[in-house]
Write a protein that binds this ligand. Structure first.
Ligand SMILES: C[S@@+](CC[C@H](N)C(=O)[O-])C[C@H]1O[C@@H](n2cnc3c(N)ncnc32)[C@H](O)[C@@H]1O
Ligand SMILES: [Zn+2]
Length: 376
């Protein structure tokens, strides 16, 4: 069946009955990833101003090629790769039908990256974890590595051993699990890049629905890689009062008891990425590149606006969870943020969910700020 996306017409397999995503004709296509693809196109547009030399784009797991086709329409020199021969035929036909240059190749992307690299932009969009492709991508990527991960349960600590195996880190299941997942993913990718003496800095990231997406800009050099690794560290988290503290450094020094409530139920997660997950100016530039021909333009603008305004400190609080702890009815999010700011703290919403909030204030300080006299 033909679908329209971003002003292009692309042939994709029919979804199975009742499925929102599918492998209907054998080749994979997920219509609910349109937001991810719209943000990708806006990012590719904005990235051209940031790095005008970036020209080649590898759609490393192309399936129908829809991502590569959209990148080719933006003027990138596109290679679509897939191990599935039907996918390669479909991607080639889709490039052709849209009158776009670009090649579709039947290759394992790891072999392709080592044989044909470097590529300026590499886009990893696998089933589940991107880790089996990360070494090849960072070794053979030049400017920008775009990564989707859909294995959110291992990433956020819900499937702890799987997370430890895949990501070489200890993620912990907390009330800020989408952020835990994103920071675990970035940590593993940054450590992978460092093996090749490259710094990988996230210039845009988001967690939407059931996936995490991050765009990492590369800088070559052992010194740059060392600097980048300094943004890794650990988070201690109290399961009783939700106190948490982020500590940079390669080696964790877990706390024995929560300094806020004395509980010994303190979890330590890490190494996770403690640095910014996005560059606010770049996120604003990407937002400006969202155009009305994108099916998810409205959601993309909202998402990117929130990402750009978000405090870049780890970690966010769930406002409803805080009010539950306080035994009070929650107020509106904007009002909550305003009250915390009015008390002299930094605060912002966070894109991870509608009730996510970030602040430099501690939980008791937030309570005092929003409940005032009622706090006692
Ligand atoms: C989630 S789908 C990609 C979806 C696509 N990027 C989109 O936006 O619709 C994953 C694809 O990766 C392909 N794949 C899996 N392992 C691969 C490998 N080692 N090299 C290249 N492609 C691979 C699969 O055949 C499948 O088509
Ligand atoms: Zn505590």
């Amino acid at each position: 069946m033909d679908i329209e996306e971003g002003g292009l017409t692309v042939s994709v397999p029919e979804a199975r009955d009742g499925a929102s995503e599918g492998t209907g004709g054998g080749v994979f296509f997920n219509p609910t990833q349109e937001l991810n693809r719209d943000v990708t196109v806006a990012t590719l547009r904005a990235y051209r101003d940031r790095e005008p030399r970036a020209a080649s784009y590898l759609d490393a797991m192309a399936a129908s090629g829809i991502r590569g086709v959209r990148a080719a329409a933006e003027g990138y020199r596109v290679t679509c790769a897939d191990v599935d021969a039907d996918a390669v035929d479909l991607a080639a036909a889709n490039l052709d039908a849209n009158g776009l240059d670009g090649e579709a190749v039947h290759r394992d992307v790891n072999a392709l990256l080592y044989d044909e690299g470097p590529f300026d932009v590499v886009d990893l969009d696998p089933y589940g974890t991107p880790i089996p492709f990360a070494d090849a991508a960072f070794a053979n990527g030049r400017n920008l590595i775009c990564v989707t991960a859909t294995d959110t349960a291992p990433l956020c600590g819900a499937h702890l051993n799987s997370g430890i195996r895949k990501y070489g880190a200890v993620p912990r299941n907390t009330d800020y699990h989408p952020e835990m997942g994103l920071r675990t993913l970035i940590s593993a990718l940054v450590r992978t890049a460092a093996r090749y003496d490259k710094a990988a800095r996230p210039i845009l990231s988001h967690v939407s629905r059931h996936y995490a997406r991050t765009y990492l800009e590369l800088e070559s050099g052992a010194r740059a890689a060392d600097d980048c690794l300094e943004a890794l560290g650990h988070v201690d988290h109290c399961e009783d009062c939700l106190w948490r503290e982020a500590t940079p450094g390669h080696i964790a020094d877990p706390v024995a008891a929560c300094p806020e409530c004395g509980s010994d139920r303190v979890l330590t997660a890490g190494p996770i990425w403690l640095g910014p997950v996005a560059d606010a100016d770049f996120a604003r530039a990407v937002r400006r590149e969202v155009t009305d021909d994108m099916g998810e333009a409205k959601r993309a603008r909202k998402l990117l606006g929130t990402v750009a305004r978000e405090l870049d400190t780890p970690t966010h609080y769930d406002q409803h969870r805080l009010y539950k702890e306080w035994g009070e009815p929650a107020i509106g999010m904007e009002e909550f943020v305003e009250r915390v700011r009015a008390a002299g703290h930094e605060a912002s919403r966070a894109h991870y969910r509608g009730t996510a909030v970030k602040s430099t204030a501690s939980i008791p300080e937030m309570r005092e700020a929003v409940l005032g006299d009622d706090a006692d």
